[in-house]
Design a protein around this ligand. Structure first.
Ligand code: GAF
Length: 382
């Protein structure tokens, strides 16, 4: 964990609120495979990482609550009986939304102060949003003894994202961030919200993330559009979610949907199967098959689901040409953020040099490259 960040948050909190805080770490996540399957009740394969949000809390003796975003040096005061969403795109909605959703469950939150900061690059597709939401709900649960289970907490975080942030996300990010296990990835069934842990040891391979450092606009509205396409095709097929449909079922309604939407639904069905196949490949230690599935996932996200972008496609194409990278794909919602790459350890340094130069030459801007450790989910720190 980032000890410098912990000290920074603690000191900022003490400077502002003159008392010792309760400290929470809530991680971001990676996702090995299973993209845009979560809101189709399907399977995903994420892991919490050692980058995330550090949040500091205490109870407030005043009639107002305060939230302080340390990195932006912005703070807001709010009254707990007058909560409403703030302007679109503002960080405030992650905090206010969680408080409002706790209240919707008839739990009583008293006035509090929170200060937070993080080391997940914004817009990287590593889920800083879920990390922040989970840190808030976890901290408030602790502070006010609300009696919420981790399961309750992730549903509250998700609802905050739906109703305050405006993104109709699935449950993957909140789940991975809350339930992460050190050195493990979690094969999560998003219908039952139960997961199976897999110890991750890629032997002479490792995962690296390459951040395009771009986030194209409209990504939130495109996300919600994709979700509604999936839901309308599921209802046409008379199933609860696309997870319940096969390629054969989809074929039977082909003439009732546009070719573009047909491809989107087909992608989801295929990606869900790939996530299951990937877990089997992991069990067998078959990294070659895992890598092929990861490349196939990107192909579907790019050409069928259409949530990629030129920068991500460039990184994946270059990875494919390398020969020492078994699999690469865009990760998260899309339209920017990171690719995840399964690379031979001995090749990592030279590929980093190569891809940094090639990316800069092509896009006139730099990419960033990270290695991550798989970490424990949201928890109290001292
Ligand atoms: C975003 C969402 F928040 C997740 O729920 C998931 O749908 C993901 O995009 C795509 O797999 O991170």
């Amino acid at each position: 964990m980032n000890t410098a960040l912990i000290s920074k948050v603690k000191e900022s909190f003490i400077n502002k609120f003159s008392t010792n805080p309760l400290m929470i770490f809530s991680p971001g996540r990676i996702n090995i495979i299973g993209e845009h399957t979560d809101y189709n009740d399907g399977f995903v394969f994420p892991a919490a990482v050692n980058k995330g949000i550090i949040a500091a809390f205490n109870k407030s003796e005043t009639q107002k609550s305060t939230a302080y975003a340390i990195d932006m040096d912005e703070s807001i005061e709010f009254e707990l009986d007058k909560l409403k969403p703030s302007s679109e795109g503002s960080w405030e909605n992650y905090v206010l939304g969680v408080v409002a959703e706790i209240q919707n469950r008839n739990k009583v939150v008293g006035n509090f102060n929170i200060a937070f900061s993080g080391d997940i690059p914004a817009g990287s597709g590593m889920s800083s949003s879920a990390a922040l939401e989970n840190s808030v709900v976890f901290g408030l649960n602790e502070l006010f003894d609300l009696g919420l289970s981790k399961h309750d907490m992730i549903l509250i975080s998700q609802k905050a994202e739906h109703n305050y942030v405006g993104v109709k996300c699935g449950i993957m990010d909140q789940y991975a961030s809350m339930f992460g296990i050190e050195n493990n990835a979690l094969l999560l069934d998003c219908r039952t919200i139960k997961s199976k842990p897999f110890i991750i040891d890629f032997k002479n391979h490792e995962l690296i993330l390459i951040n395009t450092n771009v986030k194209h606009s409209l990504s939130d509205s495109a996300y919600n559009d994709r979700r509604s396409v999936c839901e309308s095709i599921a209802s046409l097929l008379n199933v609860k979610a696309l997870r319940d449909a096969t390629e054969y079922d989809l074929e039977t309604i082909k003439d009732q949907v546009t070719p573009e939407n047909y491809q989107k639904a087909l992608y989801v069905i295929q990606e869900n199967n790939r996530a299951i196949q990937a877990s089997k490949a992991m069990e067998l230690g078959d990294l070659k098959t895992l890598g092929e599935l990861i490349y196939a996932s990107h192909d579907g996200l790019q050409n069928q689901y259409k949530v990629s972008c030129v920068e991500l496609d460039f990184l994946v194409t270059q990875a494919k040409l390398n020969g020492h990278i078994l699999g690469a794909r865009m990760m998260g919602g899309g339209f920017g953020g990171c690719t995840i790459n399964l690379i031979e350890k001995t090749e990592t340094e030279s590929f980093k040099t190569f891809i940094s130069e090639a990316y800069e030459k092509t896009f006139n801007t730099t990419c960033s490259i990270y290695s991550v450790e798989l970490s424990q989910g949201t928890h109290i720190i001292n």
